[in-house]
Write a protein that binds this ligand. Structure first.
Ligand SMILES: Nc1ncnc2c1ncn2[C@@H]1O[C@H](COP(=O)(O)OP(=O)(O)OP(=O)(O)O)[C@@H](O)[C@H]1O
Length: 205
């Protein structure tokens, strides 16, 4: 899905060669500051490398329109944006942003159930817990049905049981919908248990 060749970014990343496989769950691990979040940002063109080449499905991502690329390759940051609006509005933001049609109320309620969110669509998002925000943000991007999910530490504000079923859910997306999931994690356990492919980053120098 992605191939990186001789990619450098500031004095943060220096990658001779890296493959990120299609339809698999890839975990990125490495010490703090080793460039894990930076690598995700390179994959959806939020930033560009100083040198080297990144291929997406065999094409250099330089020549792809970044809006089109980001419809396929969706990133969930460590601190997802939550608007002071209803659960429904917050779920639909990603679809609006990528100019996709809204699903039925039933589909939105199904997604709340899938993510164990005991909320109604008309409830406000203003007083959600960190874990609920994280799950709404993840639900928001699954509604967009991207080809690639770039996830920056999704389990960060989730308890262990919730983190486990969410990662299992992501793994199922790779198997059932052929999605590609690239996930940064600090947890060696999660990486060992769930990753089909592992990327280990080391600090330069
Ligand atoms: N645009 C930038 N310009 C300069 N330095 C940056 C930039 N972005 C990040 N850094 C630095 O690059 C290093 C790697 O950052 P990054 O967030 O990618 O690491 P990480 O492995 O995800 O870390 P953590 O596990 O702590 O989240 C850090 O030292 C950070 O301060």
């Amino acid at each position: 899905m992605f191939s990186l060749h001789q990619v450098t970014y500031k004095n943060i990343l220096s990658i001779e060669h890296m493959e990120i496989p299609d339809k698999k769950l890839t975990c990125i691990i490495g010490e703090s500051g080793s460039g894990k979040s930076t690598l995700l940002k390179l994959l959806n063109q939020m930033i560009s490398p100083d040198s080297g080449e990144i291929l997406y499905n065999g094409k250099s991502i330089d020549v792809l329109d970044s809006i089109v690329l980001r419809r396929d390759v969706v990133m969930l940051s460590q601190t997802p944006i939550m608007y002071p609006a209803s659960v429904k509005e917050n779920l639909l933001i990603g679809l609006d942003f990528s100019e996709q049609e809204h699903p039925s109320e039933q589909a939105l309620n199904d997604v709340l159930r899938d993510f164990h969110l005991n909320k109604r669509l008309e409830d406000s998002c203003e007083r959600l817990s960190g874990g609920e925000r994280q799950r709404i943000a993840l639900a928001r991007i699954t509604l967009m049905q991207p080809k690639v999910y770039l996830l920056d530490e999704p389990p960060a504000s989730l308890d262990e049981d919730t983190a486990d079923w969410i990662i299992q859910y992501l793994k199922d997306l790779t198997r059932q919908q052929g999605a590609t999931v690239v996930m940064v994690t600090h947890s060696q356990n999660i990486a060992q248990q769930y990753a089909d492919h592992l990327v280990v980053l080391k600090k330069i120098g």
